[in-house]
Design a protein around this ligand. Structure first.
Ligand SMILES: [Zn+2]
Length: 337
């Protein structure tokens, strides 16, 4: 296969920097690795650090690049090690410090049509949009599957899960469900558009996963890790999950280890109504009952300002771990059981 001017022959591994955008100082490059199997098979894209401090994915990508042997691979694995390079080098959560863009909304398969560039509706393309466009064009569009590696950001504790957005045609959605289950994770979270009442337009245009689904490419968010930490056991879990999914796709030899996940569908996201000191009364992975008190916000002098209750029975997938919050901060993500 060929990406820009880099050609990778069957049986080869190539690590290279791809020119993906530009700043006032000139071109910027993103680190990539392509592993081309000796035999034909599917093309799998693996992308990391869309959200720059979701570092479990960065180490996972590095491990995959080092461990997959092209002699035993059917097909191709195309890895982007870090997408949000400015957030990564400056250790900033969520956005790119250069242009303030949340990379998770910077992708668009319909860029020529202008109206859909994440939440932006103009023709301007800052460097995050340039890089996202480069990744979409060179890594995702010609792939058969996409794994977008995410996790908890700097102030998020997260329960490991595979998140999917059934926004493709029926066949793509069904193939995506099978692909998600093939990792062997305990939980798959399925989030159709409109299934989170507090975020009616989620998932919105501009995420790599959603755009892939619309292109008919089964795509998953692999959500593992928390708070900018690197934990070997979680990296292992992620790498083993991906290798297991690759066995399911017959990209690697060996038996696929089948395990039926618990599937959560839709859910609730709770935001702070008040500003103050935040105390969570539950942890990622906990099963929560309807009306259970899950958090409290106190004023600066200790007076109770807000009590947060769980709107419906579910599993806590993500919780804010900062003790200070402002109104509108995201506090809890709960998948419906
Ligand atoms: Zn993320």
């Amino acid at each position: 296969m060929e990406i820009e001017n880099t050609r990778v022959e069957p049986g080869e591994i190539k690590a290279f920097e791809l020119e993906a955008g530009e700043t006032a100082l000139g071109p910027v490059q993103i680190p990539c690795t392509v592993i081309s199997g000796i035999k034909k098979g599917p093309r799998l894209a693996v992308t990391a650090a869309c959200h720059p401090m979701e570092l479990n994915g960065v180490m996972t990508a590095a491990r995959l690049a080092g461990e997959i042997d092209p002699e035993h691979l059917n097909g191709t694995v195309a890895i982007v090690h870090v997408q949000n390079i400015f957030g990564f080098m400056m250790k900033r959560g969520h956005i790119s410090p250069l242009d303030g863009v949340n990379f998770g909304t910077a992708f668009s398969s319909q860029r020529a049509a202008v109206e859909e560039v994440g939440s932006v509706s103009h023709q301007g393309m800052s460097v995050s949009h340039q890089i996202a466009n480069c990744v979409l064009e060179n890594f995702i569009k010609d792939s058969d599957y996409l794994i977008d590696l995410h996790g908890g950001e700097l102030h998020e504790s997260l329960m490991s899960n595979i998140e999917i957005l059934p926004a493709g045609d029926e066949e793509t959605n069904e193939r995506t469900r099978e692909f998600a289950a093939s990792f062997g994770f305990d939980h798959v979270w399925e989030v159709p558009v409109g299934s989170i009442p507090q975020m009616p337009s989620y998932p919105a245009s501009g995420s790599a996963v959603l755009e892939s689904m619309r292109l008919g490419i089964p795509a998953v968010y692999c959500e593992v890790g928390s708070e900018g930490r690197l934990e070997e056991s979680l990296v292992d879990l992620t790498v083993q999950g991906i290798l297991n999914a690759m066995r399911f796709l017959s990209m690697l030899p060996g038996e696929h280890r089948k395990k039926e996940p618990t599937t959560l569908v839709g859910g609730n996201v709770l935001f702070a109504g008040r500003g103050g000191l935040f105390v969570a009364k539950c942890g990622a992975g906990d099963t929560l009952e309807k009306d259970q008190v899950i958090g409290e916000i106190f004023g600066i002098r200790g007076d109770l300002l807000e009590t947060l209750r769980c709107p419906a029975r579910g599993v806590l997938t993500n919780v804010n771990t900062l003790g200070v919050v402002n109104p509108g901060d995201m506090l809890f993500v709960i998948g419906n059981l």
